[in-house]
Design a binder for this molecule. Structure first.
Ligand SMILES: CSC[C@H]1O[C@H](OP(=O)(O)O)[C@H](O)[C@@H]1O
Length: 368
């Protein structure tokens, strides 16, 4: 999407034809820094350390990581080592495993000498496929926003989103933000309540930054504000992203999503989840029981980094020395709290039958 009027994606193959460019999302919103990944290990570290983050973007970066690996060692052992290096980078987003399985399926049958070229071609396809999928999510989600706008002509449609499921979480367009960008481009009056999303503040640092650069009206709010806004009729629609959808429609997403869904349910606010089909995991029948929840470093909770009045980036500690912290990065929202799943093939009910009917190919993939 646009950064100071210039189009960017979040990850791309560089002009040299082999290295990989990526926006370093740890530096946003105060600095716009582009990283250059030149090895499989670079890609794994970029995912692990959240230089890139967001389920679809994790998948696309891992795909390019496999291509970088094939430049280094295209043997069967090298292919296996690359898969094993990347698969452990982060545990929750199923898109990582999906992309690596796609790359392995494309590369295993190919002669080692041809694997690097084949890997870049497949990684490019995965990136382009993500953009096309997100365009589909945009148009399917737009209908939901248009329906609300029609009921309140001339008024603003107020949306709420949690974390960052924007173009920075994907190759481009985003998932939860895709319908928002399209509605804005179509001239629908919208406003977005942006959950700051502690502790990594993906909402305050990334979603607000994205929306601001695209001219979408928004307000950053503390995570605990959404329920109050819903009680007072200030939220027409909640749209969030997801890192894994179980076969029963349970939705794993950034920590705090479940609480937002509870507030939405209690206030009859429609709660939608936007996802590309690679995020569906039919191997998991019960999301709350079976989806692995990443626990990250406690320093993400104890420390905060920001800009001083003098314009310097500094990190400060906000928790007493010696106080233990817990940092669960995701939670699972039960399907009963989800109004619908916005996918590239339509808006679905959050249940096995609807997911299987729309995406039968994901059932076969789950057996891999
Ligand atoms: C479109 S997937 C976005 C999804 O990923 C984020 O997690 P993280 O920033 O830790 O990678 C968050 O759960 C978003 O909803």
């Amino acid at each position: 999407m646009k950064v100071d009027g210039k189009h960017f994606r979040s990850v791309w193959r560089e002009r040299d034809g082999w290295s990989v460019g990526a926006i370093d999302q740890r530096r946003l919103p105060h600095e716009f820094v582009v990283a250059r990944l030149t090895s499989c290990e670079d890609a794994a570290v970029a995912i692990r350390d959240m230089l890139v983050r967001g389920a679809p973007l994790i998948g696309a970066t891992a795909a390019y990581g496999m291509a970088l690996a094939m430049r280094e060692d295209a043997s069967d052992a090298g292919l296996k080592r690359a898969y094993e290096t990347l698969i452990v980078a982060r545990p929750t987003a199923i898109n990582l495993k999906w992309a690596l399985n796609e790359m392995r399926a494309a590369l295993a049958p190919v002669e080692p000498l041809e694997r690097a070229e084949a890997a870049y071609a497949r990684a490019d396809e995965i990136a382009e496929q993500d953009v096309e999928i997100n365009r589909g999510i945009a148009s399917n989600g737009l209908a939901l926003i248009e329906a609300i706008a029609a009921k309140k002509p001339g008024e603003t449609v107020n949306l709420l989103t949690h974390c960052n499921a924007g173009w920075l979480a994907t190759v481009d367009w985003g998932t939860a933000t895709a319908p928002i960008y399209l509605a804005h481009e179509r001239g629908i009056k919208i406003h977005v309540w942006v959950d700051e999303t502690r502790p990594r503040n993906q909402g305050a640092s990334l979603t607000a930054w994205e929306l601001g650069h695209h001219g979408v009206p928004h307000t950053v709010i503390p995570d605990n504000t959404g329920g109050h806004l819903m009680q007072h009729g200030m939220v027409d629609l909640a749209i969030v992203g997801t890192d894994r959808v179980a076969a029963n429609g349970d939705v794993c997403n950034k920590i705090g999503t479940y609480l937002k869904a509870l507030a939405a349910h209690d206030n009859n606010v429609p709660f939608y989840v936007a996802l590309p089909s690679p995020t569906i995991d039919f191997a998991v029948s019960d999301g709350i029981r079976d989806i692995p929840i990443e626990q990250r470093s406690g320093t993400e909770v104890t420390d905060m980094t920001g800009l001083t009045a003098g314009g310097r980036l500094e990190t400060v500690r906000i928790v007493p020395e010696g106080s233990p912290v817990a940092n669960y990065a995701f939670d699972v929202t039960p399907a009963r709290l989800v109004t619908g799943l916005i996918t590239e093939r339509g808006v679905l009910k959050p249940d096995r039958a609807s997911l299987a009917a729309a995406f039968p190919e994901r059932i076969a993939a789950a057996a891999e």
